[in-house]
Unconditional design. Structure first.
Length: 544
């Protein structure tokens, strides 16, 4: 039976847990070969660590039920005679799983050991483990590869004079890996690693010249918010949003080789952040800051001004055109539409159904744009079907592009009108956060107090917070099309409300808040207009 020393197991939920408080379980298996599918475990070794202390060990030989390959016997010194009276893996798994508990599993090439462990659990009808893992091989390659000829466990043990030396026996190798883990953790702190998420992300960080700037991320919280990269003069270079600020910003120092990212990091001298209540607030604030600051590295910085309207005039000489300016001239305007090219497709779509120069066509087009959208959509669907039936597939695809552009623009405009008709709307999400929208613009939020907060203890259900940089009132639908500076926020807010409708509770409405009687169909690929979220190895291990 396995010999073991018991310890009190601590679990954790926060990946930002300080590493000194994280319980690690280092595992090592000796096996009959390198394939988890075809080979079996012959020895188990595990050691539990926390805060630099050993909390317990587990070791046992395992009878694989087959003869040991001679090469493995020579490598490990484990013989068939030694395994005759050893337990089968099925008798060991329960003790091993209990010993591991909720700890972070560590291994030197941890994929190798986890592959054998998961395969054994599956063969025994047990649930696979979902513990977080840390690979000391990957950490060593990131932190000390320039100091050693290779990252084999034996090489590293000799270079750093580890207290335990590997011997191709499970417990010896696990103890040596634990010693190595502590050496690597000390090295990692110099790169600003202080939580488990930092440690797991560290192997992906490249050794480029800007890695020294990782220290700029030290103050970033593991919380939703907006981050701002600034240059030496304090000018904002880039604005982004994240559900976890620290993890997202540190990912810029990963293996992303895009020229834009490298140049951004080269110019960055400071990284500021603005903490938000949730991802919804973070995205809204990101949009506002990009519009206001126009950061050079944000593609959206000037994109919003490239949006266009489709304009339809009536009278003796009706005209259908694309324009950037909306005037109080009695014309019908659709938009704003994402780009000039999309607006031109909308013009082509309307003209395909209602050639504007034909008598009465303009009146039909106006009615189709304002109220009876099917007057434009249904004929386009019929034309597209007829072209496909005639095997004119390129023409059918072009017609589909026009139809998609038209329905997207109509649905977007309908979304704007719906939001602007609600003078004040308060909704509460499933997590208890309430949001106040005035004509679609986020103006205030209420966040449930944290446990232990005096407000909670006093029986208060919410605390209030203002939303930064509230833009001017976008007006009502009666005031005409929405202005360009409001379009991005309104479109994102409207799409988010539609996507999360079943999870939200409406608490207050002033004005009108209603679902369209005749929703406009979508011909876009699934999810294309939804709010944006706000990126083979050998089985053989090298352990030396």
């Amino acid at each position: 039976m396995p010999t073991r020393s018991l310890s009190v197991q601590r679990s954790f939920d926060d990946l930002g847990t300080p590493l000194v408080d994280v319980t690690f379980c280092v595992i090592d298996f000796e096996t009959t070969g390198g394939s988890p599918t075809d080979d079996l475990i012959t020895e188990v070794g595990a050691v539990k660590l926390r805060g630099g202390e050993c909390l317990g060990t587990l070791q046992t030989l395992v009878n694989p039920g087959r003869a040991m390959p001679p090469t493995i016997c020579v490598l490990t010194g484990i013989t068939d005679m030694m395994l005759v009276k050893a337990p089968r893996i099925e008798a060991v798994l329960g003790s091993l799983v209990d010993f591991i508990g909720d700890a972070v599993i560590v291994g030197h090439n941890v994929r190798f050991d986890m592959g054998f462990l998961q395969a054994a659990l599956e063969r025994d009808g047990r649930t696979r483990l979902s513990n977080s893992t840390v690979d000391t091989v990957a950490l060593a390659r990131r932190l000390v590869s320039d100091e050693v000829p290779n990252c084999k466990l034996g090489t590293l043990a000799e270079r750093f004079r580890l207290a335990h030396r590997p011997s191709h026996r499970a417990l010896d190798d696990a103890l040596a890996t634990g010693d190595l883990l502590h050496v690597l953790l000390e090295r990692a702190t110099a790169l600003g690693v202080n939580g488990l998420d930092d440690l797991q992300q560290l192997p992906t960080l490249t050794g480029h010249a800007q890695a020294s700037k990782l220290g700029l991320t030290d103050r970033l919280p593991r919380a939703p918010g907006v981050y701002l990269f600034r240059n030496a003069a304090g000018r904002v270079l880039y604005v982004g949003k994240a559900s976890n600020l620290r993890t997202r910003v540190r990912s810029y120092f990963s293996s992303d080789e895009r020229k834009k990212v490298g140049q951004l990091l080269k110019e960055t001298e400071r990284i500021d952040h603005k903490r938000c209540a949730n991802a919804f607030e973070a995205r809204v604030l990101e949009i506002r800051l990009i519009h206001h600051l126009r950061p050079r590295f944000n593609r959206e910085a000037n994109h919003w001004e490239s949006q266009r309207f489709v304009k339809l005039t009536t009278g003796a000489s009706p005209k259908l055109s694309v324009t950037k300016v909306v005037r109080d001239d009695g014309a019908t305007y659709l938009g704003p539409i994402g780009s000039g090219s999309q607006a031109r497709l909308v013009v082509e779509a309307i003209d395909a159904v209602c050639p504007i120069q034909h008598p009465g066509a303009a009146a039909v087009a106006v009615e189709g744009l304002r109220h009876r959208h099917h007057l434009l959509i249904d004929p386009l669907v019929e034309q597209m079907g007829a072209l496909a039936a005639a095997e004119r597939f390129e023409d059918a695809a072009a017609m589909r592009d026009r139809l998609t552009a038209l329905t997207d623009a109509l649905r977007r405009t309908q979304r704007f009108e719906r939001l602007r008709a609600a003078d004040r709307l308060v909704v509460r999400s499933a997590d208890g956060i309430a949001m106040e929208l005035r004509r679609g613009i986020l103006t205030r939020m209420w966040v449930p107090p944290a446990p232990g907060d005096p407000a909670r203890l006093a029986g208060m259900s919410i605390t209030s917070r203002a939303v930064e940089a509230v833009p001017p009132d976008p007006g009502s639908p009666a005031d005409g099309p929405v202005a360009l500076e409001h379009a991005d926020e309104l479109n994102w807010v409207g799409a988010w409300l539609e996507q999360h409708a079943r999870e939200l509770r409406i608490e207050l409405v002033e004005g009108t808040w209603a679902t369209p009687v005749h929703p406009i169909p979508s011909f876009s690929r699934p999810g294309s207009d939804e709010p944006r979220p706000a990126a083979g190895r050998s089985r053989r291990r090298s352990r030396g």
